[in-house]
Design a protein around this ligand. Structure first.
Ligand code: ADP
Length: 503
């Protein structure tokens, strides 16, 4: 360091002054308010603090206390004292200040302790919360317009082609074609909803990893078949799909959450197909150093260097590629799922050459459930001889629940509203569990649950709800329900809940 100073003919003092000016320029130009306290004294503020507060440094130095709203002042003082007395190293809080025109402004402050020689200082970073709200609003607006755009095309196709199908003069061949369009539009809509639902579940830690042992070759066969269908849907029949399966049984038996591993592979492969016009998409696996290594490689448009880390963030897309339909959630979900499985995901990419995504999932030595596929996990739940009353007004939701429960051997009764639920319970007192939708016509789930519990207080009731209100959980438990499950329903979570309370 000294050499380099000497080489430039600078003294240490010159260099310090130069560094100070550089640092000061940076601090003054950033759009975060910065205030530095040394001991208890305000010693530095940047331009942004002056802008936010509408006051000069001189004013703030002498009157800081006066601009902080009275109700917040003691809270801040307590926090500063606890920092200076070593009880905490950093903190974050919101507080109000009074602007020169008498208006109130809410600020968010993050502060950390800094040690300057032997004394202590506090480094505070301040933002206007309205700025944050604007940003959230902007994110929400972007999301809404993205969703509207993504919904519009498949819905248009469904409505448009359904209308054409009414035409009696249509040839059988055209009819088959149009039905195919309708089907693929419905599949896109379902993917969109699945992405949303998964993203939401991941955000609220509601996804559970279900590990079993399975043959990865079977999974790759299915992946290959689905890739060809994706290519056909996008009219990319010339794209070469290469599926590499280097191991044979028993070496191809791996351990993990088969459903989630398939989901992340489909995300990567569908991106690879979407962003590759000519050449190939290759997927392969290997087992190396106790890890299952999965690779999806394409010869597509590639990803610019500065976007490589950003693409794993939510709602991120590169540029405005025409073929780029999607919400920008796929990779965010993929990364979250891989991390839930204690794995890692990496990407190598070169613009115009192609990309390779590599996932590494730790393998633990065999054990656990040694069955063929995920559906067998459901077979573990045996409710034969039990009666389950499902109260659900939406037919499609009932069908879904019935499908989930059909393999368990339970007898299922369907009530289409709260009133029918009470009537059916009276007629079937041997019901072992009620699955109650809380928002139903005629009589809602809350009223029905209360009335049923008056008839038989020991019947377990599992509420199913979309949790649109913050206080809904409390309301459900206050009604006397045994448990609750959030919609969209997770199959395994539902079966587990039922198994733990059914009588
Ligand atoms: P979506 O595909 O819905 O836009 P993703 O989260 O799956 O969202 O991907 C985010 C972005 O990353 C894509 O929009 C695209 O710009 C870029 N991307 C992902 N995979 C590839 C790939 N194989 N080749 C080129 N770009 C890709």
């Amino acid at each position: 360091m000294y050499t380099s100073i000497a080489n430039h003919g600078l003294t240490v003092k010159d260099k310090l002054i130069e560094n100070y000016y550089i640092l000061n320029q940076i601090v003054q130009s950033i759009d975060t308010g910065i205030a530095v306290f040394y001991e208890k004294q305000l010693v530095h503020v940047n331009n942004e603090i002056r802008r936010i507060t509408g006051r000069t440094y001189k004013y703030l130095e002498n009157n800081l206390v006066e601009i902080i709203s009275k109700s917040d002042y003691f809270k801040i003082k307590r926090k500063f004292i606890s920092v200076l007395k070593n009880y905490a190293d950093k903190d974050e809080f919101y507080f109000n200040i009074i602007m020169p025109n008498g208006d109130t402004k809410t600020l968010r402050c993050k502060f950390t302790v800094v040690r300057i020689v032997e004394k202590k200082g506090v480094f505070a970073m301040v933002h206007e919360t309205s700025k944050q709200c604007d940003k959230n609003q902007q994110n929400r607006d972007d999301l809404c317009s993205n969703v509207a755009h993504e919904l519009r095309s498949p819905l248009n196709a469904i409505i448009g082609f359904s209308n054409i199908l009414n035409d009696d003069s249509l040839s059988a061949e055209d009819r088959t074609h149009y039905l195919k369009y309708i089907r693929s539009s419905c599949v896109s809509l379902l993917h969109l909803l699945d992405d949303f639902s998964d993203y939401n579940k991941l955000q609220h830690n509601k996804i559970q990893i279900e590990e079993i042992s399975f043959d990865i070759n079977n999974m790759f066969d299915e992946l290959e078949e689905r890739s060809r269908i994706m290519c056909a849907d996008l009219h990319k029949e010339d794209l070469k799909i290469v599926c590499v399966k280097p191991l044979r049984q028993p070496s191809s038996i791996v351990y993990g959450d088969a459903q989630r591993i398939m989901q992340v592979l489909i995300n990567l492969v569908s991106n690879a197909i979407k962003f590759t016009a000519t050449g190939s998409v290759t997927f392969s696996y290997d087992i190396s150093q106790g890890n299952l290594v999965l690779s999806v490689k394409d010869t597509g448009i590639g990803i610019p260097n500065d976007m490589i880390t950003k693409i794993f963030g939510r709602f991120t897309q590169v540029g405005t590629v025409k073929s780029n339909s999607g919400l920008g959630l796929g990779l965010a979900i993929t990364k979250n799922l891989v991390e839930l499985m204690h794995g890692t995901i990496d990407v190598k990419s070169e613009e115009g050459v192609g990309s390779e995504f590599v996932i590494c999932l730790p393998q633990r030595s065999s054990g656990g459930i040694s069955s063929g596929d995920k559906s067998s996990a459901a077979l573990e739940f045996d409710f034969s001889g039990k009666k389950i009353l499902i109260a659900e007004d939406a037919r499609i939701n009932y069908i879904l629940l019935e499908k989930i429960l059909s393999k368990t051997g339970a007898t299922i009764i369907w009530a289409k509203d709260g009133e029918e639920c009470v009537t059916l319970f009276n007629a079937n007192p041997d019901v072992g569990l009620i699955l109650m939708d809380m928002q139903m016509p005629v009589k809602d789930g809350y009223t029905a649950a209360r009335e049923i519990l008056k008839i038989d207080s020991s019947v377990p009731i599992v509420a199913q709800t979309a949790f649109s209100m913050d206080d809904e959980r409390e309301r459900i438990l206050n009604t006397g329900c045994t448990d609750y499950i959030a919609k969209p329903i997770d199959r395994i979570e539902l079966l587990r809940k039922i198994a733990s309370v059914i009588r």
